[in-house]
Design a protein around this ligand. Structure first.
Ligand code: ADP
Ligand code: ZN
Ligand code: ZN
Length: 737
């Protein structure tokens, strides 16, 4: 027997199949997806690889496989999926296979240790500080840097995993501990991935007519084993989740399984609770980033051995080792977190479609504010559109009031307007709760007028300029146009500076003004597992009156006592240097507006802004998605953005400032010569230009139909694959540019 093997390597030239002989003695554990070790070329150490096919013979003279580590491989479906992904996302098949393996597999010798339950844990003391010090290049040791970056991405991690994943030593961690960047704590690991206990059981509700219609359409397809793409467009609280629950119940009845994707599970614990309350913990597996590798391993097994028939999780849960899929549901389909921002840059929605086609089952996307791309697809009848226009319960949509901060500033109110102060006081007196949102994404490199909200934009791209300190100029990251920033606001004459108001400052202000119990939720207060949950639980039990937070609180929270939501400043979202800034703002505000008054008492939303006439804000106030859609589509059409044009982003990075730019120019010229039907923008500097002493440049390709695109891009990637000075990557349909 002969195995076709893919080596576990990111090197482009190794992205192909190699034949190896399967020795008799190992034949019993060789399956597709098995992890193997082989002798490759004249390398001394054994190389790791994966079996992707088994056949009877080969035309070559073969070496033996040296070792098969786990018999527990991936299915043929996954192997095919990995191959498709590799082509689509310009990466190696092995990089895609890794996404599909049981947690921990690709790290050396992990199998036994993952099962232990007493571990040393490492966590970052202060994420903001670490991020800051990384940006300022304070870490000279590459190992320490790897550790910190890993912890920033993955949160608290047990020490042994950390060392394996980052290929570092205990000493490196110890010296970070000495410098008080991290702490090491020994903990008895309790393997319970569920964020808290749900005792009560719920049973299904009687559908409204609209719900029934949507349910019937989808369940009909399920019962007939038919593939189909559905978009449920329903305002917040219109009963989408109830439909998901009953669709999953239908899958169970047919003895089928379900995958339910949510934007970020640790941010939407209440959604998970509703699934547990309906189906019980024993039937559900959850997969999310706050789980330890050991916990993820347990959940993976629970799915693999068929015990859990329902998988709930964030993006990567789409790769769950589930069989007999009956439905895939993608909640809040407009959320950017379904797209992976690093290599392989897959979108979980695309993977969901591939898997649904394979399993012949429906894929359901739901949102109160569908992405423009999805709604346009529904318009073209690619997706079947199902509409929920009303809330089933007696609750009405909240009242939204917009406050013009230009007027407030004149009165000396820089943070809170008179109206918002007044409302907070009123709610406190009535023993009701408030949520105050401060959407700060850290675009400190945006120059804006604090008096009137004016922000300079590139007229060609309708995108905010980014300020570059070193060269003191404003630059458009789409087309490269640059200009000297004005000192004073051209609109109102006052001094221009960058925006910046943090949650801490806001908390201080609120504490000064009110006698209230205030809790803050942001990356500082929720870096540890369980902290987030505790804040939510405590707030739910009315241990606090006011919850302050970044956009993480906008998602999925449902508290009956919350009757006021205040948005302190919309500008950081509205002025983000991104062609989707208006769309993202509309989505954020709509979502926030949906949080207030979920129960019978009517909710109120107050939005403070320097741009009260902006259509995103006005239309979010009126809960008018359809009008927003039309308005935004006409702008996209005019400026040739998605969904009218597709985008591809070519990123070029190098340690060499000038060399990088020279190569980027070469690539730009080559693209222009080959892609006659496309618009090529750039090269220009990326919005995060210099990170860790690496310079980033980018080229944007706008196209509708371009037959040469894939081959041209592949040619470029091949050209640079052996060049260790220049790194070239391609991202199709990028979320951030
Ligand atoms: P969405 O997911 O669209 O935000 P939910 O499914 O969370 O909406 O529903 C909002 C509220 O309405 C929930 O409290 C839910 O229990 C309730 N609800 C949903 N469907 C019905 C129904 N058919 N009858 C009565 N109440 C319902
Ligand atoms: Zn101004
Ligand atoms: Zn521009």
């Amino acid at each position: 027997m002969v195995a076709e093997i893919i080596l576990n390597s990111n090197a482009k030239e190794l992205n192909r199949v190699f034949d190896y002989n399967i020795p008799e003695t190992m034949a019993y554990k060789a399956t597709i997806g098995s992890r193997v070790f082989v002798q490759f070329g004249n390398r001394k150490e054994l190389e790791e690889g994966f079996i992707i096919n088994i056949k009877d013979e080969s035309e070559f003279k073969l070496k033996d496989i040296q070792k098969i580590v786990n018999e527990n491989g991936i299915s043929e479906e996954k192997v095919e999926l990995a191959k498709l992904m590799a082509r689509r996302y310009f990466c190696n098949v092995s990089e895609c296979i890794k996404l599909m393996l049981p947690p921990g597999t690709t790290t050396k010798i992990i199998e036994n240790r993952v099962k232990e339950k007493n571990e040393n844990f490492v966590s970052i003391v202060n994420e903001i500080l670490v991020q800051n010090d990384i940006e300022e290049n304070k870490f000279k040791s590459a190992k320490q840097l790897r550790i910190l970056k890993f912890l920033l991405d993955n949160g608290e991690t047990n020490l042994a995993d950390l060392l394996l994943f980052t290929d570092t030593t205990r000493d490196a961690v110890k010296s970070l501990e000495k410098k008080k960047y991290v702490v090491i704590e020994q903990k008895q690991v309790e393997r319970n991935p569920f964020l808290h206990k749900v005792e009560k059981k719920t049973s299904k509700l009687k559908f409204t007519d609209e719900q029934q219609y949507a349910y019937d359409k989808i369940s009909f397809a399920m019962d007939k084993n038919k593939y189909g793409e559905y978009l449920i467009y329903g305002v917040t609280g219109s009963g989408k989740t109830e439909i998901y629950l009953q669709l999953i119940e239908n899958a169970l009845r047919n003895n089928k399984t379900s995958i339910m994707l949510v934007p970020e599970i640790s941010l939407t614990p209440q959604t998970v609770d509703r699934f547990i309350a309906r189906f019980g913990e024993e039937n559900i597996a959850v997969l999310h980033s706050k789980l330890s590798i050991g916990e993820r391993f347990d959940q993976w097994n629970k799915i693999k051995n068929g015990q859990a028939k329902i998988v709930i999780g964030a993006r990567s849960a789409i790769f769950a080792p589930i069989k007999d899929l009956g439905i895939i549901i993608i909640d809040e389909e407009h959320t950017s977190s379904y797209k992976q921002e690093n290599h392989p840059r897959y979108n979980a929605k695309d993977i969901a479609i591939l898997r649904s086609k394979y399993h012949k089952c429906p894929v359901v996307m739901g949102s109160a504010t569908p992405s423009l791309e999805s709604f346009a697809r529904a318009g073209n009848k690619v997706y079947k559109l199902l509409v929920l226009s009303k809330r089933p319960s007696s609750s009405t949509m909240p009242n939204v009031e917009i406050i013009d901060m230009k007027e407030e500033v004149k009165k000396g109110n820089f943070i809170l307007s008179d109206t918002l102060k007044c409302k907070i006081k009123e709610k406190l007196d009535r023993k009701e709760q408030s949520i105050i949102l401060l959407n700060r994404r850290g675009y400190s490199s945006i120059i804006s007028c604090r008096e009137c909200g004016y922000t300079e934009k590139c007229p060609k791209c309708d995108v905010t300029y980014t300020y570059h300190k070193t060269s003191n100029n404003l630059k458009c990251h789409y087309c490269g146009t640059a200009k000297v920033p004005s000192k004073v606001c051209p609109k109102c004459g006052s001094k221009l500076r960058d925006f910046g108001l943090g949650t801490e400052k806001l908390e201080e202000e609120l504490n000064k003004l009110f006698k209230a119990r205030i809790v803050r939720m942001d990356v500082d207060t929720t870096s540890k597992k369980g902290e987030h949950q505790k804040i939510i639980d405590d707030f739910g039990e009315h241990k606090y009156d006011i919850l302050i937070g970044t956009q993480m609180i906008a998602k999925g929270l449902d508290f009956p006592l919350v009757t006021l939501v205040g948005v302190v400043s919309v500008e950081s979202s509205l002025m983000a240097p991104d062609f989707r800034a208006s769309e993202n703002t509309f989505q954020l505000l709509s979502q926030v507006a949906g949080r207030a008054g979920r129960s019978t008492s009517k909710g109120e939303v107050i939005i403070q802004t320097y741009n009260p006439d902006h259509y995103s804000i006005m239309l979010a106030k009126n809960h008018d998605y359809l009008k927003f859609y039309k308005e935004e589509m006409s702008i996209r059409k005019m400026l040739k953005y998605p969904p009218y044009y597709y985008l591809a982003l070519v990123s070029i990075s190098s340690r060499d400032y000038e060399g990088g730019f020279k190569e980027a120019n070469k690539i730009g010229n080559y693209l222009r010569s080959k892609l006659g039907n496309s618009i090529i923008l750039g090269p220009t500097t990326s919005s995060a230009f210099k990170i860790n002493n690496i310079y980033h440049y980018q080229i944007i390709i706008k196209y509708q139909k371009e037959d040469n695109l894939i081959s041209t891009l592949n040619f470029i990637i091949d050209m640079y694959k052996n060049n260790n000075k220049i790194d070239v990557e391609v991202d199709f349909n990028p979320i951030r540019i």
